[in-house]
Structure formats: C-alpha cells, structure tokens
Write a protein that binds this ligand. Structure first.
Ligand code: GLN
Length: 194
C-alpha cells in the first residue's frame, strides 16, 4: 500500500505524518508521472485556486481524472473543492465528484472552529470525530453517484463519498485521530469503485 500526497501547495506534510503514524508508506507527488504505482492520493488543504492553477501548469488534470476512475482520492478542504463539479466561481477543478461546493462558507466570524462530529462509519464509531474547520467549504449539493457522509445538525454537508472518492470540509490530518485516514486506506484497498 502506497499513498501519494499532492505536494503542490498546502498541508501535505501533516497528511504524511498521519500516514506514517499508521505505518503506511507515502510519497510527495509533484509531477503526474509520480502517480504511477500509487494506491491512492490525498489532495491536502491549502488554497484551492493556487493548487488548481498548479495542477493545470504541471499537466495533472487529465492524469488525475484518469486516476480517479480506478484509484482512491481524498480531498480535505481545498482538496474537496478541487474534486467538486462546481465551486460557484471560475476556477480550475478536477470535477470528478458529483458535488457542488461553497467556499469559505462559514463566514468571517467563525473562520475557523472545531466541533465533534458523529461518524458512525469510522472504526471504532465512538467517540465522535474532533473536526477542525479552517476557512472551510460546505458541500451544498450532493447528487448523481455521490452520497453525503456527514451532515451537521443544521443540515449542512461536510463530508461526502463517491465510490473510492472522499471529500471532507475539515482537516483530520491536523488531529492525532487517524480513523479518517484508516477509512481512506480501506477505500484505497477495496477492489471495486462502489
Ligand atoms: N478557503 C480555502 C479555499 O477556498 C480552503 C481552506 C483550507 O483548505 N483550509 O481554497
């Protein structure tokens, strides 16, 4: 099992640290050829417009669309934006998940916050997951093959899955809790996309 972490911009080191604490081999991906031989890819948090522009500049867009047909991809925060079909403005996206996103959707006063999220699909299912939101997007529309995974009490969706593709508004790599990373490793190991 080898997981790549897209290292164009953002908090890729934190994801590598979470993976290494699970004893999983990881690699920083800066060129499309480095996707070869990976079982999955994490697109970290950061600035989605910057990461999107760099993806285009380095020729990642077609390579990642192809990767997404067979392999697992997890986008956290900016990474989730890049997986979406629509982020409500003109920016470079991969458009591989049937979700729409609103960026910086929690407003200035709560730019960053932390909360406990029930996540019964994690193993173990308790305690709730301590989620860190930093200028986070929300998933405004889940359709087609995508499914909502975590919905806040007010109905806003902050995690979604589509086969082996995973999008989270928050940053599991910024906490010592590795259950989300283990969930992603299970997706990467599963033989089928659905
Ligand atoms: N606000 C950033 C964006 O819109 C995402 C923030 C993050 O990744 N923590 O791209």
């Amino acid at each position: 099992m080898k997981i790549g972490v897209l290292a164009l911009q953002g908090d890729f080191l934190e994801h590598r640290r979470s993976l290494s604490s699970l004893g999983v081999e990881s690699a920083e991906v800066r060129l499309p050829a480095q996707l070869d031989g990976l079982d999955g890819l994490i697109i970290p948090g950061g600035e989605s417009t910057t990461i999107g522009k760099l993806m285009v500049a380095y020729g990642f867009v077609d390579a990642l669309k192809q990767f997404a047909r067979e392999k697992a991809i997890w986008g956290t925060c900016a990474g989730a934006i890049l997986l979406s079909q629509d982020a409500g403005r003109d920016q470079d996206l991969l458009q591989v998940m049937d979700i729409h996103i609103a960026r910086n959707a929690f407003g200035r006063q709560v730019d960053s916050f932390e909360t406990e999220l029930p996540a019964p699909f994690l193993s173990p299912a308790e305690p709730p997951f301590h989620a860190v939101f930093i200028r986070a997007p929300i998933i405004t529309h889940v359709y087609g093959r995508a499914r909502a995974l975590i919905t806040l009490a007010d109905g806003r969706v902050v995690a979604a899955r589509q086969g082996k593709l995973l999008a989270t508004s928050f940053h599991p790599e910024l906490t010592p809790d590795t259950r989300f990373h283990r969930f992603f490793l299970e997706l990467a190991q599963s033989p089928h996309a659905e």
